[in-house]
Unconditional design. Structure first.
Length: 372
């Protein structure tokens, strides 16, 4: 039997290395040849170590230039014509749209993952209509379109962007419950609230800083920490100058970016994500698996991980005062009460977010695609 080839395309090799390892291992176990098509970055060389053949593609990840996007479509078609995979796996917006269109024009089976709807769906504008039309066109011949929460799936069905027979729900990207497990921190310092995310306004970074500014007088023993890389290519990116100013003001501690977030999660008293909208936030899944009490906004994605009053607290989106109130409430709990929330977070992660479930759904979808 001829070996089948699966090509994974995402807007960053970093994403493949950090979030798709379990899927890659599962597909290699199934005997597939794996290719990756993503813009080059500092993580691309690690794909070969994972058993994946890497091919670079230039991509204006967050731009909205029709000329550049048409050029991207042409690049996708040229690369896919050269590589000729049996199945194209698309993640993130531009690979999902332009990679899918190119693959379908060549008769390549397509499976998509809508991991989050991003800025275009947070506030309805002309861009929302354009992006919806592009998704509708791109998904019309997809074999399967995975969604990470019920709201995103329902929206795409209601807007007839995807047909019901193709839409399937995943528990996010899942989490490795063995790797992310409750740990005793190496050193117990001052208690801290930790926000783990790319430093984007849509992640609620500014609201977190404003809440910290409000609370630092009330909670002088607590630290307010940011962990994540600065994403200059994103339209909602926070600048390095802003982060430096916040540090100099003494309102937050910026921890830069870490390949292994576990020591930082272990040391945190509570993990916070005041995002405006998510697919299924990896930072909350990892924190929950490590038994941390959570604070997040009451928006799609976040509210699927945080059960208010059970494993953490929910707050209103784009509302620093509501976030500060939730953080104040968390800080006012006893250590035993926070431990109870953390234990509930771990239990929920074990029941709902085991990454092995995600891998099995993908393996089944790919098997169906290559054998259809």
């Amino acid at each position: 039997m001829t070996q089948k080839t699966v090509l994974i395309s995402i807007n960053a090799a970093w994403n493949i290395v950090n979030f798709r390892g379990a899927l890659i291992r599962g597909l290699l176990d199934d005997g597939y040849r794996l290719l990756a098509l993503a813009p080059p970055d500092a993580y691309a060389h690690r794909l070969a170590e994972m058993g994946v053949e890497y091919h670079p593609i230039a991509m204006d990840k967050k731009g909205i230039s029709p000329t550049r996007d048409l050029a991207l479509l042409a690049r996708y078609r040229a690369e896919l014509k050269r590589l000729r995979p049996d199945v194209f796996l698309g993640f993130t917006a531009k690979p999902n749209v332009y990679g899918s269109l190119a693959a379908q024009s060549l008769g390549i089976r397509v499976i998509n993952n809508v991991s989050g709807l991003g800025t275009a769906f947070i506030r309805k504008t002309w861009l929302t209509s354009v992006v919806s039309a592009l998704y509708r066109l791109a998904f019309r011949r997809s074999s399967t379109v995975f969604f990470q929460n019920e709201e995103d799936l329902s929206l795409f069905l209601e807007e007839r962007i995807v047909s019901p027979g193709k839409a399937m729900l995943l528990p996010g990207s899942g989490v490795d419950l063995a790797r992310f497990s409750p740990q005793v921190p190496a050193a117990r310092g001052r208690p801290s609230f930790l926000l783990v995310a790319r430093l984007l306004r849509d992640k609620g970074v500014v609201e977190f800083v404003e809440a910290a500014r409000t609370l630092r007088g009330e909670l002088p023993d607590w630290r307010f920490q940011l962990l994540g890389f600065l994403d200059a290519e994103n339209r909602t990116a926070v600048s390095r100058a802003e982060v430096t100013a916040w540090q100099e003001e003494g309102v937050i501690d910026y921890l830069e970016h870490a390949d292994d977030v576990r020591p930082f999660l272990a040391a945190a008293e509570s993990v916070v994500l005041p995002s405006y909208r998510e697919g299924m936030p990896r930072s909350l899944l990892e924190a929950a698996a490590m038994g941390k009490p959570l604070i997040a906004t009451d928006v799609p994605g976040c509210r699927h991980v945080v059960d208010d009053g059970v494993n953490g607290f929910l707050c209103a989106p784009e509302d620093a005062a509501s976030l500060a109130a939730a953080m104040r409430k968390m800080a006012g709990l006893s250590a035993a009460e926070r431990a109870r929330l953390g234990k509930a977070a771990r239990a929920k992660a074990e029941v709902e977010f085991d990454e092995r479930k995600v891998v099995q759904l993908y393996r089944a979808a790919i098997s169906a695609a290559v054998n259809s």
